[in-house]
Design a protein around this ligand. Structure first.
Ligand code: BDR
Ligand code: CA
Length: 308
C-alpha cells in the first residue's frame, strides 16, 4: 500500500479527510504531523489523537509548530469551535503524541518511504517549511505533495483575497510552493464548486457507525454556522483535497501554472497569485485542481462515515 503522511490542524474538515484516509484500501497512514492553525497546537494534537482512538487507528501523531514562522497566529475557532472539534466535550484521548518533532518526523518518514511517499497537507504549511529548511532535498523523496490551500482567483475565505491555510503562514507556503516542483493544489474556489447538500450529508451521518456518530457530534456547531453563512450546501475543504489525493483519477481538469504567494500586500498578503497567461516566465510549479468527479467525492465521504 502507498505510504501516506498527513500534515494537519484538526479541525472539523480535517477530521472528515482523516476518516477518508483511514478507510482507504490503497494507502496506509504512516503518520500524522500536526500544526497550529484552526486552533492552537494543544487542541489540534489532542483532536488528532482522539480521532485515531475513535477509529481504532494507531498511526503515530507528532506535534509540530505552535505558531507561524514569522508573524503571530490567528485562528478559525469561529468556524471549528474553541477546541477545534465543535466544543462537544469529548472524553480526553488516552494516548499522547510522540516525542519527535513533526518536522523531524516528516524528514525521517521521507527517508523510510523515499520515492513512494504521498504527502497531504491540510493546514498551514509551517511544519513542511521547517522540514525543508532542515533538509532542502525533501522534495526529491516525496512522490506527490497535495496541498489544500490558496484561492486561485483571489476569492479568499479569511480575507477578501486569501485562503486560511496560506494566510495563516504565508512565508511557509512560499517556501513550500517554491521548493516542490509539481505540487497539487486544491484551493478554496475548487471547494466552493464541490459542495454537497446539507440534507444529504445529514442523512449520511445517521448511519450506525461510531465514526459517523463522532463526526456528527464534532461537526454540529460548524454545520449550523455554515448553513447560516453559506446556505444549503456543505463545503469540506480538506475532504476534497483528500479525495483528490487518494483517487487522483477523479480529477476531471488540472491546470498547470506558475503560482506564487503574496508576502507583502496590504490587502493581499497571503493571496496565491497564479500566472494564468504564463507571462511572467516562471515555471509551472502548481497543478491546480479545477474540477473533480462530484459523484466519486460524495461516495467516498459517505463510505468513510459508514466505515467501522
Ligand atoms: C482550510 O482552512 C481551515 O479552516 C480548514 O481546515 C481548511 O484546511 C480552508 O480554508
Ligand atoms: Ca485544515
Amino acid at each position: 500500500r502507498i505510504p501516506l503522511l498527513i500534515d494537519t490542524d484538526p479541525g472539523v474538515d480535517d477530521a472528515l479527510a482523516l476518516l477518508m484516509a483511514f478507510d482507504d484500501p490503497r494507502h496506509r497512514v504512516v503518520g500524522l504531523t500536526i500544526a497550529a492553525g484552526n486552533v492552537g497546537l494543544d487542541h489540534t494534537v489532542r483532536n488528532a489523537l482522539k480521532l485515531c482512538e475513535v477509529c481504532g487507528v494507531d498511526a503515530p501523531v507528532f506535534a509540530g509548530c505552535d505558531a507561524p514562522l514569522l508573524h503571530p497566529a490567528r485562528d478559525a475557532a469561529y468556524v471549528h469551535g474553541r477546541d477545534g472539534f465543535g466544543d462537544c466535550g469529548y472524553v480526553a484521548p488516552s494516548r499522547a503524541a510522540e516525542a519527535e518533532h513533526a518536522a523531524l518526523a516528516i524528514l525521517r518518514l521521507s527517508h523510510e518511504h523515499a520515492g513512494r511517499l504521498l504527502l497531504v497537507a491540510l493546514g498551514p504549511l509551517t511544519n513542511l517549511a521547517l522540514a525543508l529548511k532542515l533538509d532542502p532535498t525533501l522534495p526529491e523523496r516525496v512522490a506527490r505533495l497535495v496541498v489544500m490551500g490558496g484561492a486561485v482567483t483571489a476569492h479568499g475565505n479569511i480575507t477578501p483575497a486569501a485562503e486560511f491555510n496560506v494566510a495563516f503562514d504565508p512565508e511557509a507556503a512560499h517556501l513550500v510552493f517554491q521548493a516542490f516542483p509539481r505540487f497539487e493544489l486544491v484551493d478554496w474556489e475548487a471547494v466552493l464548486a464541490h459542495g454537497f447538500p446539507h440534507v444529504e450529508f445529514e442523512r449520511w451521518l445517521t448511519v450506525d457507525s461510531p465514526r459517523a456518530s463522532f463526526y456528527d457530534a464534532i461537526s454540529r456547531q460548524t454545520r449550523a454556522w455554515a448553513i447560516d453563512r453559506r446556505g444549503d450546501r456543505w463545503h469540506s475543504a480538506d475532504a476534497l483535497a483528500m479525495a483528490h489525493a487518494l483517487e487522483p483519477e477523479g480529477a476531471l481538469e488540472l491546470a498547470e501554472r506558475p503560482l506564487a504567494v503574496e508576502l507583502a500586500g496590504v490587502h493581499t498578503r497571503g493571496a496565491t497569485i497564479v500566472d494564468w497567461r504564463r507571462e511572467g516566465g516562471g515555471r509551472d510549479n502548481a497543478r491546480i485542481l479545477m474540477r473533480y468527479d462530484q459523484a466519486r467525492f460524495e461516495r467516498r465521504v459517505q463510505a468513510a462515515l459508514a466505515a467501522r
